[in-house]
Design a protein. Structure first.
Length: 167
């Protein structure tokens, strides 16, 4: 009966080694695939970000409840700057109704508005440069542009019919 026991043990070792090799290979491709794909996301290109590390400028904002505060999910800046909230004027950013200064890096944000958003209104969150004094001046702190020359901004709407997401 000993030959059968030895055969079973050999078979168990062969299966175990094959399973370990498969797991190692799968793990390698999973981690290698994530690293290679990370810099080239369509989200970066669509938001005006450069693919070079540390040079991405973007703002992430969703539709908001009407009111006098705009919550930004994320502001990513390669240099300190401002996020400026504009009213819609004929399909383009118009009057400024809110401004907040942000340091370089990735930050969540909250902007208190001088004029409340209204139900059904369209608004723009636009990234502006800072001339170094941390005080917004529309003439000196110009909107940032992406590699194609487009102003980096995100359109959002004010609506009381949105789903609130917590956490």
């Amino acid at each position: 009966m000993q030959p059968e026991t030895t055969g079973v043990r050999t078979w168990q070792w062969v299966v175990t080694v094959i399973v370990i090799i498969v797991l190692v290979v799968l793990g390698y491709f999973m981690f290698k695939g994530n690293d290679a794909a990370a810099p080239a996301t369509g989200d970066d290109a669509a938001n005006g970000g450069s693919l070079a590390a540390g040079s991405v400028n973007r703002v992430v904002v969703t539709d908001q409840f009407p009111g006098n505060i705009v919550l930004l999910s994320s502001v990513q800046l390669s240099n300190p700057g401002f996020v400026v909230i504009h009213k819609d004027t004929a399909g383009a950013p118009g009057d400024v109704i809110g401004v907040q200064y942000f340091e370089k890096g990735i930050n969540p944000g909250r902007i208190v508005l001088t004029s409340s958003t209204v139900e059904g209104g369209i608004y723009y969150a636009v990234i502006h440069s800072d001339n170094g004094n941390k005080v917004f001046d529309a003439a000196a702190d110009l909107p940032l542009k992406d590699a194609s020359g487009n102003v980096i901004m995100k359109l959002f709407r004010a609506s009381s019919n949105i789903t609130e997401v917590k956490g």
